[in-house]
Design a protein around this ligand. Sequence first.
Ligand code: ADP
Ligand code: MG
Length: 377
Amino acid sequence: MGILGGGQLGRFFTIAAQKMGYSVVVFDPDKKSPAGKIADKHICRPYDDKEALDELKKICDLVTTEFENIPAKTLRYLEKDIIVRPEAQAVSIAQNRIKEKRFLKKSGIPIGRYAVIDNFESIKLFNDEIDIFPAILKTAQFGYDGKGQMHVNNVTELERAFIRFNNAPCILEEKLDLDLEFSIVMARSINGDYLEYPLIENQHEAGILDLSIIPARVSSILHKEATKFAKKIASDLNYIGVMAVEFFISNNNLYVNEIAPRPHNSGHFSIDACANNQFDQQVLTLVGSKPKDEEIKFPVSVMLNLLGDLWFRRGEKKSEPNFEMIKSSEISLHLYGKSEPRIGRKMGHITILGLEKQSIEDVIRKAESIRKTIWEN
Ligand code: ADP
Ligand code: MG
């Protein structure tokens, strides 16, 4: 099987696929890609290199992606001759915020107020009194981990931000007052079999996922509603594979934030807490099998992301954090094999599994104390 994109998600996919006996070809232009290092083969070429894509077609029977910014054109080119899951059509919607919003609206999914900003004329329609401000301007494409986003409070700031993004097509979103953020990670087979992991509560720092809490502290009414929306999105997209839907709760109302057409950082708890993790499901749905029942071994868990910032905690000088104290069996450390730590770069994560009788709050406290210890060591 082939995978387009060789980041941390591709690396976990490769591990899952190899465990089931498959060989994996990673296609990623980065020589040092974390997944490329462990794959059976790494094709290190740009995503629009036809000759390299032809080679991928020759070696592989099936291809998937780990990264929504793979050009849809590339997926369409592969689709002509081999199986690509999820299909180009679904990825092309999820990778473009304008198409994504239109799709969600058409499917009857609740979303926050937004406007398309694709030229200066569209900005003229706004004035500071229109109550979309404060708002967030997001580039329609290529954003991730809060990149390609600027908070704007009035028309002047909106104009400045649009110029900063080189007049690229954008979405202007009303900034919602968030009670809580959560995600649904689900898998759907070619026959429409649907599997959903427990809701995942997500806390972000500066637009980057910091902490995930499982199960999310969300009422059963909103849980049911969210599941209904996730199912509807997956079926309207004709989705085959693993997908994450990010939700906001604001003033007790549910909104869909965005769709990720791939496994999701927030689903990493499944590696340690479930019999079958989100990458196992990606492999299974890719080969046309049903997703396997998620069988949760640890009903309560917390995931702590490890960003490159941790490598620079003593100022400018880079130093490897000390993970020595992570010795207990209910704490699991994952490092992604990224050679260059950078501020804001996801380098790894830690999963803290809740033991019997431990409440969510106990596990969160433990996570916070682990974080403190790592930062101080
Ligand atoms: P990314 O592709 O970087 O994940 P998101 O659109 O999910 O982009 O934004 C990242 C984070 O920024 C969200 O998880 C949320 O914390 C915050 N955010 C984004 N949009 C809004 C909004 N409309 N109102 C309030 N907070 C938002
Ligand atoms: Mg997001």
